[in-house]
Design a protein around this ligand. Structure first.
Ligand code: DGY
Length: 328
C-alpha cells in the first residue's frame, strides 16, 4: 500500500508496537540502541508526516522548522517538556502524549521508593550482600513506619491521585497542593487540599507529581527544603528539574531531610555526583513507566494518536488542541 502515511520512530519500541506501526504507516525507525541527536532526528524524519518521539529527544523549533512535511508529533510519554510546544503550535502541528496508561506503573514505583527509603531496603540489601549480617539485632537498620504519618502530594493529577489512593491502605494522612481543589467527582475522602507551604511544613513524605515547565523550575529549592519537616523524605518520579539537586544534597548532608527517592534527574542521564555518596538516597534510572503493560500501551496510544491526527479523527490526548480549532 502506498497511501499509508510516513512515520519516523526515534527509538525501538516494544515488538507489538513496532508491528502495529508497520501495519499502519510506512514506518522507519532508529536502528541504533541509543537516543538520536537533533540532526539525526531531522535526517530520519525528513519527508515524514508523523514523528513518534521520546522524552529523551529534543524536538525544538530547529527540528520542527527543518521538517516541512510534518503534520503530527506524538510523544511516547505523558510529559512533553522535550518538545517546543509553541514552535509546534505556530506551525499548526498537534503534539500528542500518552496520559492514563502509565498512571498505575508510576504510582507503584512511587510507593516502591517511599518504602525503600523509609525501610532502608537498598542499604539493607547491600549490607547482606557484603556479608555483614551477623544475626538479628534490636537496633539494626531501624526505619520509620508510615502509618499515621502525613503524605504530601504536590500536583494532584492522575498519578498524584493514584499515589493518594494507595496511601489509604497505609493509614496515612493525605495532603495535596494544587492550584484549585479537586472537583467533587475526583476528590478522595481523606485527601486535604492545602497550600504548597503548608504541605511542605506538615508532610513526613513529600512526593512530586506535577508536569515540568519553566514556572516550576527548582520548585524544591533550598528555601522549600528548609520549610520541610526535619526528618522528612522527598520523592520525585515526575521531572528532575523540579528539584535543585545541589540544595537537596546539602540538605541531606546536614541531615535536615531523612532521605530521598529519585527516579528522575535534572541532567539525565547524569546524576548529581553528591547523591551517589548518600546512603539514605534511593536512585532509580527513570523507570516510573517501565512495566511491560505500560510501555506497550504507551506505544499503541502514541501510534494511534499520530494516525488519528493524520486521518482527521480524535487523538487520545493533544497538548495543544487549539491547533485543531484553527483548522476547522
Ligand atoms: C513520562 O511519560 O513522562 C514518564 O516520565 C516516562 O514514562
Amino acid at each position: 500500500m502506498t497511501d499509508r502515511p510516513c512515520l519516523f520512530v526515534t527509538r525501538r519500541l516494544p515488538q507489538a508496537v513496532m508491528e502495529f506501526a508497520h501495519s499502519r504507516f510506512r514506518c522507519t525507525s532508529n536502528p541504533q540502541d541509543r537516543p538520536l541527536c537533533k540532526e539525526e532526528i531531522i535526517e530520519g524524519a525528513q519527508g515524514c508526516q508523523a514523528l513518534l518521539c521520546l522524552l529523551t529527544d529534543t524536538v525544538d523549533s530547529e527540528v520542527i522548522e527543518a521538517l516541512p512535511g510534518l503534520r503530527v508529533i506524538s510523544n511516547y510519554a505523558v510529559g512533553f517538556d522535550n518538545i517546543d510546544l509553541d514552535a509546534a503550535t505556530r506551525r499548526g502541528i498537534p503534539v500528542c502524549n500518552t496520559p492514563g496508561v502509565l498512571t498505575s506503573a508510576t504510582a507503584d514505583l512511587t510507593w516502591a521508593l517511599i518504602l525503600a527509603v523509609s525501610r532502608r531496603i537498598p542499604e539493607a540489601d547491600r549490607y547482606v550482600r557484603a556479608g555483614s549480617f551477623q544475626g538479628w539485632d534490636p537496633l539494626l537498620m531501624l526505619g520509620r513506619e508510615l502509618s499515621g504519618r502525613a503524605l504530601g502530594i504536590v500536583g494532584m493529577g492522575r498519578i498524584g491521585r493514584a499515589v493518594a489512593k494507595r496511601a489509604q491502605g497505609f493509614d496515612m494522612r493525605i495532603l495535596y497542593s494544587k492550584r484549585t481543589p479537586l472537583p467533587p467527582e475526583e476528590a478522595l475522602p481523606q485527601a486535604e487540599h492545602v497550600s504548597f507551604e503548608a504541605l511542605l511544613g506538615e508532610s513526613d513524605i513529600v512526593s512530586l507529581h506535577l508536569p515540568y515547565s519553566e514556572q516550576v523550575h527548582h520548585l524544591i529549592d533550598a528555601r522549600a527544603l528548609q520549610t520541610m519537616k526535619p526528618g522528612a523524605i522527598l520523592i520525585n518520579t515526575a521531572r528532575g528539574a523540579l528539584i535543585d539537586e545541589q540544595a537537596l544534597v546539602e540538605a541531606l548532608k546536614k541531615r535536615e531531610l531523612a532521605g530521598a527517592g529519585l527516579d528522575v534527574y535534572e541532567h539525565e542521564p547524569a546524576v548529581h555526583p553528591g547523591l551517589h555518596d548518600l546512603d539514605r538516597v534511593v536512585l532509580a534510572p527513570h523507570i516510573g513507566s517501565a512495566t511491560v503493560e505500560a510501555r506497550e500501551k504507551m506505544g499503541f496510544m502514541a501510534a494511534e494518536n499520530a494516525l488519528a491526527v493524520l486521518q482527521g479523527g480524535q487523538a487520545h490526548s493533544i497538548a495543544n488542541p487549539q491547533v485543531l480549532d484553527s483548522k476547522t
